[in-house]
Design a protein around this ligand. Structure first.
Ligand SMILES: [Zn+2]
Length: 404
C-alpha cells in the first residue's frame, strides 16, 4: 500500500469518529431493520414487497431521486458536491433476494445470542447496513466529494443471473467504484469475482423401440458422450478454471431409444476470456458427440440434431490487490482493529468488475453462518465495528470532504 493511501485512509477514519458513534447509537435499530427485512418474503424474481419497504425507508432518509428501475432495483442517491444527475458516483449495493421459496416460514427467533432465520444474514444484514450507512452519510454531518448511490438489487441468487446489477450498471456509466454489502463479517474483502457461464445442451432424434428400432441414433448416448468429453477437457490451473456437468437426463422408458437427451454444464473462472475459451471447447464437445452418435446409426435413419443454450452468464473479473479501492478497504479494516483477508466469490460486484469498474464485496458486520439453509444465523458480535468499517470504505471511495 502506498504511503498516500495509508495516510488518506487514516485521515478518513479519524474524521469519522462521531459518525461511527452514531452507528453504535443506532445499533439496536439496525438489528431491528435486519429482522423486519428478513421476515418479508423476497425469493429471486419476487423482490417487490421487500423492495417497496426499502424504497419507503430511502425516502424517509431523504435520499434523492428514489426510484424502482425496470429490473426492480430500488435506487436512491445522496448527492456529493455536484447535484448533477450524471456526476460520478460510488454505488453501494445490497441484494434484496433470497434463495428461499415464497412459502418458507421466515419468522426470526432468538437462540441465546443468535438470531436464527432464513436470510437473516444473507442479505438481511447487508440491507440493514445499507440503511444505516444511508442515514449516517447524510450529506450534512458527513459530506463526500462524489455522490453515493444506494442500490437494493434484484436477482443476485440462484437463477437470477445478477439481473439487477446488470441493469443498474448498464444504466449508470458514471459509477467510479462499487461496494457490495453481502451477509455478515468484518474482515473479508472480495476483490476477485468468480464468473460463471452455464449451458444446457440438448440432443433430439427419432427415438423408437429398443429392439425393433435399434440402429436409430440414441440421444442419451450422445449426451453421455458429450459429458465424458467435457469431463476429460484439460483445464488451466492459473488462472483456475472449473467445469462440471451438473445434471444429465433424457428418455421416457428403459426399453425405448430416447428421442431426447440433455445435460447442464457449469463453467467458472475469474477471467472472462477463459469463460470464452472454454465455452468454445464445450460447444465443440457437444457438436462432436452428435457427430459420433450419428456415425453409429443404421442407414436410412434420421440423424440427431443438437443445440446449446446459455442458461446463465455471470461475468468474472479481478481488481488488483494494490488498486486504491482494495488498498483503502485493507487499511480501513486494520483501522477498526480487524485482520483483513482477500477473497473470491460470486456477488453483485461481478458485474462492475466485468465492466472494468473498481468493485469489492464486503460483509456488513457481525458474525453469521449456515447461509442458504433454514438454520441460517446471525450474531451481533460487535456488529457496529463492521458497520464502521463499511462506512470508512464507502467514505474513502467517495472522498470524504468533511465530517462532524
Ligand atoms: Zn448474498
Amino acid at each position: 500500500m502506498s504511503v498516500d493511501t495509508a495516510a488518506a485512509a487514516r485521515r478518513t477514519h479519524d474524521a469519522l469518529a462521531r459518525a461511527r458513534a452514531r452507528l453504535v447509537a443506532r445499533d439496536a435499530e439496525t438489528v431491528r431493520d435486519q429482522v423486519t427485512l428478513a421476515e418479508i418474503p423476497s425469493p429471486t424474481g419476487e423482490e417487490g414487497e421487500r423492495g417497496a419497504w426499502v424504497a419507503r425507508r430511502f425516502a424517509a432518509l431523504g435520499l434523492r431521486d428514489v426510484r424502482v428501475d425496470a429490473a426492480g432495483n430500488v435506487i436512491g442517491r445522496r448527492d456529493g458536491e455536484s447535484r448533477d444527475d450524471r456526476a460520478p458516483r460510488v454505488a453501494v449495493c445490497a441484494h434484496l433476494d433470497t434463495v428461499f421459496p415464497r412459502d418458507t416460514p421466515l419468522r426470526v427467533r432468538h437462540d441465546g445470542r443468535r438470531l436464527v432465520g432464513p436470510g437473516i444474514g444473507d442479505n438481511g444484514r447487508g440491507l440493514a447496513a445499507m440503511l444505516a450507512l444511508a442515514e449516517v452519510l447524510d450529506g450534512d454531518h458527513v459530506r463526500t466529494r462524489h455522490a453515493i448511490e444506494f442500490v437494493a438489487t434484484t436477482g443476485e441468487e440462484g437463477l437470477g443471473d445478477l439481473r439487477g446489477a446488470k441493469r443498474y450498471f448498464a444504466d449508470a456509466p458514471a459509477v467510479r467504484a462499487a461496494v457490495a454489502l453481502d451477509g455478515a463479517g468484518d474482515e473479508r474483502i472480495v476483490h476477485r469475482a468468480v464468473g460463471s457461464r452455464r449451458f444446457r445442451a440438448t440432443f433430439a432424434g427419432p427415438g423408437g423401440h429398443s429392439w425393433a428400432a435399434f440402429g436409430v441414433p440414441n440421444a442419451v448416448h450422445a449426451a453421455a458422450r458429450a459429458a465424458a468429453a467435457i469431463a476429460a477437457l484439460p483445464l488451466d490451473d492459473a488462472p483456475r478454471v472449473t467445469v462440471s456437468v451438473g445434471r444429465i437426463g433424457g428418455g421416457i422408458c428403459v426399453n425405448a431409444i430416447p428421442a431426447d437427451g440433455w445435460l447442464e454444464v457449469d463453467l467458472r473462472s475469474t477471467f472472462t476470456r477463459m469463460l470464452d475459451r472454454y465455452e468454445q471447447s464445450i460447444r465443440r464437445a457437444v457438436h462432436a458427440a452428435a457427430l459420433e452418435e450419428n456415425a453409429t446409426r443404421a442407414e436410412g435413419t434420421p440423424p440427431l440434431t443438437m443445440r446449446v443454450e446459455v442458461i446463465g452468464d455471470r461475468p468474472g473479473g479481478e481488481l488488483a490487490a494494490d488498486a486504491p479501492l482494495v488498498a483503502g478497504a485493507l487499511a480501513m479494516t486494520r483501522l477498526v482493529g480487524r485482520a483483513p483477508e482477500l477473497g473470491s466469490a460470486s456477488t453483485d460486484a461481478n458485474v462492475p468488475l466485468g465492466l472494468g469498474v473498481p468493485a469489492i464485496a464486503i460483509g456488513a458486520g457481525g458474525r453469521g453462518g449456515e447461509a442458504h439453509t433454514p438454520g441460517e444465523w446471525f450474531e451481533n458480535a460487535e456488529g457496529a465495528v463492521g458497520l464502521g468499517r463499511a462506512l470508512g470504505i464507502v467514505a474513502y471511495a467517495a472522498e470524504l470532504t468533511s465530517a462532524r
